[in-house]
Design a protein around this ligand. Sequence first.
Ligand SMILES: [Zn+2]
Length: 143
Amino acid sequence: MISVNDKQLAQMRAHGEQDYPYECCGLMLGRFESGLKKVIETYSISNARDEEAKRNRFLIRPEELLRGEKYARDQGLDVVGFYHSHPDDVAVPSQYDLEHAWPTYSYIVMSVEQTRAVDLRSWEMESDRSRFNEEEIVSEARP
Ligand SMILES: [Zn+2]
């Protein structure tokens, strides 16, 4: 289960809409609590792939991930997951996503159709890395 507030959801949707027709990606920073990931902050990063590949797969450069992890540590937070968009495609992880994911983290995938973020779902990898399972998003209406 992952807890994301309305402001963070709005930030991720806005990022996906802004980067359309390319994929956007970013980190979710927060804390691992018992059976729950609590997102405190979103951290947007640019998509490292070339123009063509940006449309269908995401990749975070190692140095950008390191920068994000350092930022999280400085805030006393952990990286609890990643988000990215699927322009004109469903909010379901692709085979590529599965091959480049790690267990434990949450993966939020957004469907952005014609510049509008229309769907947003969260996924967790099965511990044997064979598939993703959908994860419940708890949205708290915090300011
Ligand atoms: Zn994807």
